[in-house]
Design a protein around this ligand. Structure first.
Ligand code: HEC
Ligand SMILES: [Cu+2]
Length: 380
């Protein structure tokens, strides 16, 4: 109905997708949150509360604005007439318009408080995952010591949709148990948001915040996929700070994934592994890997980094602020790259600030990254 009374052609695809499914009736479009279908234990509570408040808003807004406009036309004085006061009052009317809204507002508070309380404390048996937010990536640590990195996905041109690039990375969740996220940030304020689960929580540096939810168990044999978004503007690449989230249909599926995700495939060379890591660990957000990369890059390019002579590569040493020239070749070059990853501010590449996040990298991962960096724009 709504779809036929307005022309949507001019609107963006975003608002289209928001309204498309609501054309069935005005009431439905007021009631729904405009969010994707709820998929956790909290979804129905949140949606109900949201719809209720929205309906109350409309019920009050429409008659009040109507009366406002009507009265200002009906009782308008001719130009030049003298303003005079004619205030009297009507006790029953005033009691009605005080008590009814008060009951409604107290009801909203009560339901909101009850639901908020449910969201505050996770059940004791919750499966706990530690989350680290950084500019501009997420990292996930599981109770058994496993670690996965975020997967921000890429445009799947064939199907014209955003799709994961590495289904073994990202956030993986077992089915049917409450999940608690213990979250902190290494740099600035981020915010953890999975729209389908209706959970949203700030992730603050120097503090651990937590959120919990029980995702709906997938009906099919494949994991259900969602997107985790950073929903607090946190710098240049904030919009790329998202990750695929999977809810496994069974524990077997979850454990099989753990085995897959914990190992490299034999046929992957060191360079390939390094390239994969540079995306997983978020390095590629700040370091370009092609000659003359366009756009603003937060870190120095990796293109041609390996093989730079001392003349071409100056760094500023921490503390002393002494300018040094370091060639990025041979063993000295490898040691410099290693130090740049372990302790990024020990020597700052000249012209850059202290913004590189310290990543959890194993010795093995550092070897792969160095092999990869060495292969980019290599001087023959
Ligand atoms: C938020 C942006 C950012 C991210 C993410 C980032 N870096 Fe950096 N990186 C920088 C900046 C800025 C510098 C220059 C200042 C310095 O040396 O710390 C730098 C410097 C470096 C250097 C030295 C480069 C040179 O020209 O001397 C290396 C090597 C490096 N980063 C590796 C990595 C690796 C590996 C990762 C991923 C695990 C990574 N960086 C992630 C911003 C970033
Ligand atoms: Cu963020």
């Amino acid at each position: 109905m709504v779809g036929s009374c307005f022309s949507f052609e001019a609107l963006s695809t975003w608002s289209l997708s928001l309204f498309e499914s609501r054309c069935g009736g005005m009431l439905a479009s007021i009631w729904t949150t405009g969010m994707p279908e709820g998929k956790s234990n909290f979804a129905s509570d949140v949606d109900w509360m949201y719809g209720f408040i929205n309906i109350v808003n409309v019920i009050f807004f429409v008659p009040i604005v109507f009366a406002l406009v009507y009265f200002s036309i009906r009782f308008r004085k001719p130009p030049g007439a003298k303003a005079e006061s004619d205030v009297s009052h009507n006790t029953p009317l005033e009691i009605v318009w005080t008590v009814i809204p008060m009951i409604i507002v107290v009801f909203m508070f009560f339901i909101g408080f009850r639901d908020y309380n449910k969201m505050l404390a996770a059940p004791a048996d919750a499966y706990t995952i530690h989350v680290k937010a950084q500019q501009w990536s997420w990292g996930f640590d599981y109770p058994n010591g496993m670690h996965t990195d975020y997967d921000k996905g890429a445009l799947d041109k064939d199907n014209n949709r955003w799709a994961p690039t590495d289904p073994d990375q990202g956030l993986h969740l077992p089915p049917g148990v409450p999940i608690r996220m213990m979250m902190t940030s290494d740099d600035v304020l981020h915010s953890f948001f999975i729209p389908e689960f209706r959970v949203k929580q700030d992730v603050v540096p120097g503090k651990i915040s937590s959120v919990w939810f029980t995702p709906d168990t997938p009906l099919g044999d494949e994991p259900d996929m969602y997107w985790l978004l950073c929903t607090e503007y946190c710098g240049t690449s904030h919009s790329e700070m998202l990750s695929a989230v999977y809810v496994h249909p069974t524990w077997d599926s979850f454990l099989a994934w753990q085995v897959r995700a914990s190992s490299w495939r034999d046929e992957q060379s060191w360079e390939e592994r390094g390239e994969i890591l540079s995306r997983r660990k978020g390095c590629a957000q700040c370091h370009s890997v092609v000659a003359n990369a366009k756009g603003a890059w937060t870190g120095p390019t990796w293109y041609g980094l390996w093989g730079k002579t001392a003349k071409e590569h100056a760094v500023i040493t921490r503390g002393t602020k002494v300018r040094e020239e370091i060639a990025v070749t041979g063993e000295g070059g490898e040691a410099y790259l290693l130090e740049s990853m372990r302790d990024p501010f020990a020597k700052l590449a000249e012209g850059f600030g202290e913004v590189m996040p310290i990543k959890r990298l194993s010795e093995e991962e550092i070897l792969y990254l160095i092999a990869y960096i060495k292969s980019i724009g290599k001087k023959e």
